[in-house]
Design a binder for this molecule. Structure first.
Ligand code: ATP
Length: 505
């Protein structure tokens, strides 16, 4: 509509329902009028509603000058009333709603909505905003971009334009937010502006969309964590759990196991991860239990790390023996987050689960007699019962979150109470077995970078006769070397080791 270089010093945004026919009547809504410092000819001749622009601008300037002069003499109360009246007038001409999202809630806690919006606008502003802020928090993997103070970005949702502005101000008296103790602080907030006719759309669909997207961005950008319920002062604390950043290189690809079995596990994990609607439809909490069993060194812990990497979940490593009672177990469960794997390793050693449930919970007469002779040591022992653990897995409290995986590992599956591992609780039983030839080939590829070797035939025969754990195989294939000689040396060493074991199939 108008062309020419915009000035830096004067930029007027005028919104008219109609404009003068001389200046393209088809453009009836909002337009931006750039005025030039040097009074360009066409600005001089331009008219709006029949009034020359130059006159309009000088008129506006006059009004502003008059207003500031009157302002000096008007009592504060009248100034306030006048401003209020002007705001109402503007709102009447351009009806809009304004929603403020503060960084902190009234009670001083951080506002989840604010961080979701910040994440969401970060991705938008990278493409659109002129001024950006970049920061990297301890818990994020990469740089996060956010809108700088006073900058705005226009988002579009179902053809509706929504404007976001970032604000920051220093509050000197430390008010607003319980934890400030009167100290000055930076108040940050976003304001959303939209035409009032889209109120419902924005408050429901759009805000739900922004929250969902913001959460997803935060989840993707976060560093994963490994939590433990053991008290460790070197770790960070979150509720009843302490944690460190989780970095484990294990992947399902690098795990030495039967490829068919691995494929089944992958399919199962995929259908779990994408199963939100399915679980909702069948009325079941969105969680899944895996029981990993097999001899020591068969890769159970490695499998958990690989699963966490595959699903992009945090891990909660639960040490049941340090949990005092069932109520504490419940609290720990409540403190876990969604999209996580809760692990109880060596479950057979964690509790006395070998006996029948009845006996464990109610106790025989003899046990009751023993209880009265309890020593101080006994008092510190975990009083978690099998029933408490069963409730932990699939009681009513287990449904308080979603997208949770529970993994038990054991070297002695036969020792476990059938109730603990029945399908529905432990949905998939995965045997982590001794190393077979197919699993060996995966390890040889990973550790030595080879697919074939003349010594493979002998190794295949030996693995059909003897039980060798993948950890022993892996140990003999290390360290990595590229030369033919080195590969041969490793394979020969492995052959000797297999021959030396007396664990026949
Ligand atoms: N199937 C496997 N594939 C690749 N590496 C393996 C496998 N099994 C074991 N390893 C290697 O052996 C080491 C020990 O494995 P891991 O701790 O996972 O075994 P585990 O079954 O959990 O043992 P435990 O029952 O004693 O806890 C790991 O460092 C891992 O690299």
């Amino acid at each position: 509509m108008l062309s020419g270089r915009p000035t830096n010093s004067l930029c007027l945004l005028l919104e008219w329902s109609t404009i003068h026919r001389d200046y393209k009547a088809e453009s009836k809504r909002c337009f931006i009028l750039y005025l030039f410092n040097n009074n360009k000819t066409f600005v001089k001749t331009m008219k709006i509603l029949g009034i020359p622009v130059t006159e309009l601008v000088s008129g506006l300037g006059g009004i502003l000058f008059l207003w500031s002069a009157i302002n000096q003499f008007l009592p504060k109360k009248f100034q306030y009333l006048f401003q209020k009246w002007c705001t109402h007038l503007v709102c009447f001409i351009f009806p809009r709603i304004y929603i403020t999202f503060n960084e902190y809630c009234e009670d001083g806690r951080s506002n989840e909505a604010y961080s979701c919006i910040k994440n969401y606008l970060g991705t938008k502003s990278v493409k659109k905003a002129e001024y950006l802020k970049a920061e990297k928090s301890r818990n994020s993997k990469s740089l996060e971009f956010t809108l700088d103070e006073g900058d705005e970005v226009v988002d579009e949702f179902r053809d509706v334009k929504i404007t976001w502005v970032a604000y920051q101000e220093t509050i000197k008296d430390g008010g607003g937010g319980g934890s400030r103790n009167g100290r000055p602080f930076e108040k940050r907030y976003f304001i959303l502006k939209v035409h009032s006719r889209y109120r419902d759309l924005v408050m429901e669909d759009y805000m739900n969309f922004v929250m969902k997207e913001g959460n997803a961005i935060e989840f993707k950008n976060r560093k994963r964590r490994l939590y433990t319920n053991n008290k460790d002062d070197d770790f960070f604390w979150k509720g009843r759990w302490s944690y460190i950043n989780f970095q484990h290189p294990a992947t399902l690809d690098s795990l030495g196991m039967d490829p068919e079995k691995k494929e089944k596990i992958l399919d199962d994990l995929d259908s779990f991860k994408n199963g939100k609607d399915y679980y909702k439809k069948i009325g079941k909490a969105w969680k899944r239990g895996y029981l990993l069993y097999g001899p020591p060194g068969s890769g159970k812990s490695t499998m958990i790390a690989a699963m966490a990497n595959y699903l992009d979940y945090d891990i909660y490593d639960l040490e049941v023996t340090t949990v005092k009672e069932n109520a504490e177990l419940k609290q720990l469960l409540i403190d876990t987050s969604n999209k996580s794997i809760i692990v109880i390793e060596d479950i057979d050693c964690s509790l006395n689960l070998t006996g029948s449930r009845k006996k464990n919970e109610k106790g025989s007469e003899e046990e009751k007699r023993k209880q009265s002779d309890e020593t101080e040591d006994d008092k510190n022992k975990s009083k978690v019962t099998l029933s408490g653990l069963l409730n932990f897995i699939d009681g009513i409290w287990s449904a308080c979150g979603e997208e949770r995986v529970i993994v038990f590992t054991t070297n002695h599956v036969e020792k476990l109470d059938p109730a603990l591992i029945r399908r529905g609780r432990m949905d998939m039983h995965i045997e982590m077995s001794y190393c077979k030839f197919e699993a060996f080939k995966i390890l040889a590829k990973n550790y030595l970078g080879i697919d074939e070797h003349p010594l493979f035939a002998e190794i295949r025969e030996l693995l059909e006769e003897k039980n060798v754990c993948p950890c022993d195989v892996a140990e003999n294939l290390m360290p990595r070397g590229k030369s033919e000689d080195h590969v041969k040396k490793c394979l020969v060493r492995l052959i000797e080791a297999i021959k030396a074991t007396d664990c026949w199939i």
